[in-house]
Design a protein around this ligand. Sequence first.
Ligand code: SF4
Length: 178
Amino acid sequence: MAKPISLPRPRLATSGEEALLGDAVVVTRLDRAIGWARKYSIFPYPFATACCAMEYMSLSMSAYDIDRFGALLPRFTPRQADLLMVIGTVTMRQAPILRRVYEQMAEPKWVMAFGACASTGGFYDNYTTLPGIDLVVPVAVYVPGCPPRPEAVLDGLMALQRKIQREKQFPPREAAAR
Ligand code: SF4
């Protein structure tokens, strides 16, 4: 008599988790799969205005290799980008331009304040400097430093990836239509 084949027992999914069915099948929620794809396919738009831009350039070099996080390819049109990286000082005159760039990006989109100047105006305490870009655009993640080290930017990027993964990927219809 043939010996019965013993199949591995499936690990049951807990709420919001993947389930492994044998070695070949993974079951997950569509919501989580989309979040996973989005967090590893970030297209940044670098709104670079000042010295922090040097640190941004070093991110793509081999020592830091931002491509590991799926976020290397900068797009220089806001319509093809989903991460607005505001890198450096923003003046009052640039603020409406920054807002327009943000509005031209398609949903879903996120904003990173890169460095002290973008986050708070930095050491500029005068009437020409915007004291924080959150006065004109919603910021998802702040990276401190003047300039921030590339490690700090990668840390901020990973924080953003966790945030993207946790987000609800299907907003209610009326919210999406706004
Ligand atoms: S935070 Fe420092 S390095 Fe960055 S733009 Fe401002 S002054 Fe320059």
